[in-house]
Ligand binder design. Structure first.
Ligand code: SF4
Length: 739
């Protein structure tokens, strides 16, 4: 008994409360359970006979162990649930509850404290968003939390904008705030102080997204850090609104504790390492999962073997694995302990604590009188488990024949099994064959109807030519993977940055000379880098950024020189174009760069950031430059005259076009863009008509050729599935049917 409890009992006795010995457990155990109790009480060794009164379930994984326990409980009469206690020292029954609920049994609803619960991340993310260079990923994580610190709709809009422009933001970011403001105006429309309410909410939300940036080593001013911590605490308390959500209350307390710790520290500046450690400390206790709750039923659950104060018929000791409860480390020196004792604070020495823990184990065995099931998985949470101390204690009773041990994996075979006095019936289920890939599918009329009136783009044409199924699912039905916001990779960021810089420095009219272009590029580089490509400023991308600082200016200067040499003026950059063609075909697109020569002939330049020129050159030589052909066809919707077209490859500083083109610097032989476009229209019409007729063909499936329509201007590419994300939907890797 611990010293404080001893003192409490002494105090009660001194007040006249009668204190007696704990009565012996009710109900007499028999068989192996009685053998264990006798051995633990008197040391008499009588080996287990395997009669099912005391069983150790051994399983390779905790998942299999949970299945076995749930099967045993499901095979028990309902009335027995009330006399069954689950002992769960790890305080987390998520896995076991899933198995119980699958069999219609009540969930125990215990969850362990964890510092990784969603809302608890608001505090570290809110602080991390203040370190320079700006880390768009941190802000995106904050906005995409299940419970973000600003309105969910607003957080989604900002997350999308951030994914498009990962930085301080430009057009997309500004547009997101404009949309958010419009939403707020609508929301507060009935308020007499609508304008003030909208303004206040905007200020409040902007605080989370536009904070100052501080050097990690020098640190954040203490006042700023305190303000952020208090803001997090206030947000959690407001969101909780008195409902007592344990998670939000933990967040609120952690924010407050951090603010107080900063105050107590008395430093003016807090370096990143210091404040991150402080956050770890205030979040160390974590919080329980508020979504994981117990359901009503007879089962009861305890978290400590000493918590069994009364005899129970059946005890299931879940996660019966080592090392068991640890003896607390004594942090006090002898002199300190003596000083504490002089003022009445008597601490248990380690040997007393060890005895108390051991007594708890024995208590659980003694308080059970019908069945004791000890559940030991070999793996738990990916870690190999060790034996529980009580298991070592009972080792002299375990005979070499494995009596009283039961393998959970035997549930996977055989017709029935016996476990701890119950028969677990097993019934064979008929296996359903997995669906296999098929080259042709029937389209419901609702899907075909969505084709009418849609507008195609260069990307949707590429999908269509490679695979009609991909086009229908991605472009017509707009199926998406649901990842609505993701920071682009380095290559995409470099491409975006180069495009935006080109957009800024190539203004309509005659092209500036090289020196002016170079100085314009340098003038906007860092501003645009911070606004739309800030992940490139992170240390891990330092190499890519250093290379881009040289390559992007050089390549744009080279582009300007090429345009000047060819006597081309800029008509515009990032131009939206839309055109209508016969047979109801509507096409839209955004042109990177449109130029004009002295004879007023137009040329489209598609700017690419790519490692190798090979793919773009091959497209031109093979007559498969679908993007260029599309842009060329829609460049001048008023006259309908097709423009010339070329790729400008930034990395290679090459202007690649077809032989005889007014743009090309590096010419290649190939089919004209007009011919590519004519075939593209024929291809579109054939596939479109097939879809309108209610059929969809997956051209990556081996036997698709018999189902393709005729005529097809462009056949699918050789590897249409190479970059397709629909492989699990069309089941291309599952084998095929010929139909
Ligand atoms: S994986 Fe291949 S066959 Fe399947 S939809 Fe994509 S491109 Fe078509």
């Amino acid at each position: 008994m611990s010293a404080p409890v001893r003192r409490l009992i002494d105090a009660l006795a001194s007040c006249g409360v009668t204190i007696g010995a704990v009565p012996p457990p009710e109900g007499a155990a028999a068989g192996d359970l009685q053998r264990a109790q006798t051995f633990l009480g008197h040391g008499a060794v009588d080996p287990f006979a395997g009669d099912g009164t005391l069983v150790t379930i051994e399983a390779d994984t905790a998942l299999m162990a949970a299945e076995a326990v749930a099967e045993w409980l499901a095979a028990s009469p309902d009335a027995d649930l009330a006399g069954t206690v689950i002992l769960n020292p790890d305080c987390d029954t998520a896995l076991l509850d899933a198995a119980l609920e699958a069999r219609g049994l009540p969930a125990l609803g215990q969850s362990a404290d964890s510092p990784w619960r969603g809302a608890l991340q608001v505090l570290p993310l809110a602080i991390a968003a203040n370190w320079a260079p700006f880390n768009a990923k941190v802000l995106l994580d904050l906005l995409m939390l299940p419970r973000p610190p600003i309105g969910r709709g607003a957080a989604r809009k900002l997350a999308r904008a951030l994914a498009r422009e990962p930085g301080s933001g430009r057009v997309a970011w500004a547009q997101a705030w404009t949309d958010i403001e419009a939403d707020l105006v609508q929301r507060f429309a009935d308020s007499p102080t609508a304008a003030d309410d909208v303004a206040a909410k905007l200020v409040q939300w902007k605080e989370w997204t536009t904070s100052g940036l501080h050097d990690r080593t020098t640190g954040i001013p203490a006042a700023d850090a305190r303000r952020i911590a208090a803001r997090v605490s206030g947000w959690a308390a407001d969101t909780d609104a008195g409902t007592g959500d344990p998670l939000l209350m933990s967040v609120s307390a952690a924010g407050l504790a951090l603010a107080q710790a900063i105050e107590a520290l008395g430093e003016d500046l807090l370096p990143a390492l210091l404040i991150e450690r402080m956050i770890e400390q205030v979040l160390a206790d974590g919080a329980k999962n508020p979504q994981h709750i117990a359901t009503a039923g007879g089962l009861r659950s305890i978290a400590h073997p000493a918590a069994l104060w009364k005899s129970v018929p059946r005890l299931v000791w879940w996660e019966f694995k080592g090392p068991g409860e640890r003896v607390p480390v004594m942090p006090w020196s002898r002199a300190e302990r003596e000083a504490l004792e002089t003022v009445g604070c008597v601490l248990d020495p380690p040997d007393v604590a060890a005895k108390r823990i051991g007594w708890g184990y024995v208590n659980a065995v003694r308080q059970t009188h019908e069945r004791l099931i000890l559940v030991r998985p070999s793996l738990a949470g990916g870690e190999e488990t060790t034996s529980h101390p009580l298991s070592h204690q009972l080792a002299p009773l375990s005979g070499p024949n494995g009596a009283a041990r039961w393998r959970a994996e035997q549930l996977l075979s055989g017709t029935h099994h016996e476990l701890a006095g119950r028969v677990l019936p097993r019934a064979e289920i008929s296996l359903t064959k997995r669906p296999v890939a098929q080259p042709v599918w029937a389209l419901p009329p609702a899907a075909s109807e969505r084709i009418a009136g849609r507008s195609e783009s260069a990307t949707s044409f590429e999908h269509l030519i490679d695979c009609q199924m991909r086009w229908i699912l991605l472009d017509v039905l707009r199926l998406s993977r649901g990842r609505f916001a993701e920071i682009p990779d380095a290559s995409q960021l470099l491409g975006n940055l180069a495009h935006e810089i080109a957009n800024q420095v190539l203004q309509p009219g005659p092209v500036d000379d090289a020196a002016i272009i170079a100085s314009k590029v340098n003038a906007v580089f860092d501003e645009l880098l911070g606004a739309i490509a800030s992940p490139l400023q992170q240390p891990e991308l330092a190499g890519e950024l250093a290379a881009a600082r040289i390559r992007i200016p050089h390549s744009l200067v080279r582009l300007a020189e090429l345009l000047r040499d060819k006597g081309l003026d800029v008509v515009g950059t990032e131009l939206d174009r839309a055109a209508t063609f016969p047979d109801g075909l509507e096409v839209q697109g955004r042109l990177d760069l449109l130029v004009r020569d002295a004879q007023q002939r137009l040329g489209v330049i598609d700017i690419k950031w790519t490692r190798s020129a090979r793919r773009r050159v091959a497209e031109l030589t093979e007559g498969r430059a679908f993007q260029l052909a599309t842009y060329s066809a829609i460049a001048d919707p008023e006259t309908g005259v097709a423009a010339d077209g070329a790729y400008y490859l930034l990395n290679q500083r090459q202007l690649v076009g077809l032989n005889g083109s007014l743009l090309a610097d590096d010419d290649v032989e190939g089919q004209s863009l007009a011919e590519t476009w004519a075939k593209l229209i024929r291809t579109w019409a054939s596939w479109r008509d097939l879809a309108l007729g209610g059929r969809m063909v997956a051209t990556g499936i081996a036997t698709n050729e018999d189902h393709r329509p005729d005529p097809l201007g462009h056949a699918p590419g050789e590897a249409p599935c190479q970059y397709c994300e629909l492989t699990s939907l069309c089941r291309i890797y599952e084998g095929t049917t010929g139909s």
